[in-house]
Write a protein of this length. Structure first.
Length: 252
């Protein structure tokens, strides 16, 4: 059994007077894929963004409860949020490469962190592109603009950019929603490979995707974590009727 990397307890989140998350509990185990499922507006992406404090950027947000990363509360006073976001990186719904070359996209975080050794940067860029399964097809095009790549390659480039700064946890907010089925399959295959080294939490509207790739799943509804457990159990023998209704298509 893998160790617990993230432990969430009694998590409440408010946008002003509106409560978006309600006493949410969740445990994320290392080197597994955890999927958050549920209808639109149920709090999945909000919960995902609490794990690296992306919601801090929204005015009026208030969070109570605890999120422990390797046993330390990320909302404790004095937390270095920039360091947290290096440890817990995010891949967004639509690919968001910078308007730079392929090489400079992957090297960007390294340079921001102060790395100046060109040989070292080149080595990390190569390693990161290999980790995202892009090196063989792009190694002779590193000076080409990243925005000229197909969408699935742009999304994998965003993964490579993240891998370059050596995160521990990768958050993915519907990373396949803008992709066609063939490109989606490539990203899913990549996620299954990445979980050998990284802990992954994904938000998805695609229940089949959650069933295919995740080890654990949480069903959310109106800000509540209705049910959380092993994906096989959630999809075959859910304990809560609301989960059963959603899985079977009677709700949502």
């Amino acid at each position: 059994m893998s160790s617990t990397v993230i432990s969430i307890q009694n998590l409440d989140l408010f946008y002003g007077a509106f409560q978006a998350l309600k006493q949410v509990p969740m445990t994320v185990r290392g080197r597994h894929i955890t999927a958050l499922i549920g209808p639109s507006g149920c709090g999945k992406s909000t919960l995902l963004r609490t794990i690296n404090r992306m919601n801090d950027l929204i005015p009026g947000v208030r969070v109570t409860g605890s999120i422990l990363l390797d046993g330390k509360d990320i909302y404790a006073a004095g937390t270095d949020v920039c360091a947290l976001r290096k440890r817990v990186g995010m891949v967004f719904q639509r690919p968001n490469p910078f308007p730079l070359s392929i090489y400079d996209n992957v090297a960007f975080g390294l340079r921001v962190a102060g790395m100046s050794d060109r040989c070292r940067i080149e080595s990390v860029v190569e390693h990161s592109l290999k980790g995202a399964w892009l090196w063989d097809m792009l190694k002779d095009k590193l000076d080409h603009p990243a925005l000229g790549l197909p969408l699935d390659q742009q999304q994998r480039l965003c993964v490579a950019r993240l891998l370059a700064v050596e995160p521990e946890v990768i958050l993915m907010d519907e990373p396949c929603s803008a992709l066609d089925p063939i490109s989606t399959a490539k990203i899913e295959e990549l996620m299954l490979e990445l979980k050998k080294k990284y802990t992954i939490v994904i938000v998805t509207h695609n229940m089949q995707q959650a069933a295919r790739i995740s080890d654990y799943s949480g069903y959310m509804l109106l800000g509540d974590m209705i049910e959380f457990g092993e994906t096989a159990s959630i999809f075959t023998t859910p304990k809560d009727k609301r989960t059963q209704d959603y899985i079977s298509g009677r709700y949502g």
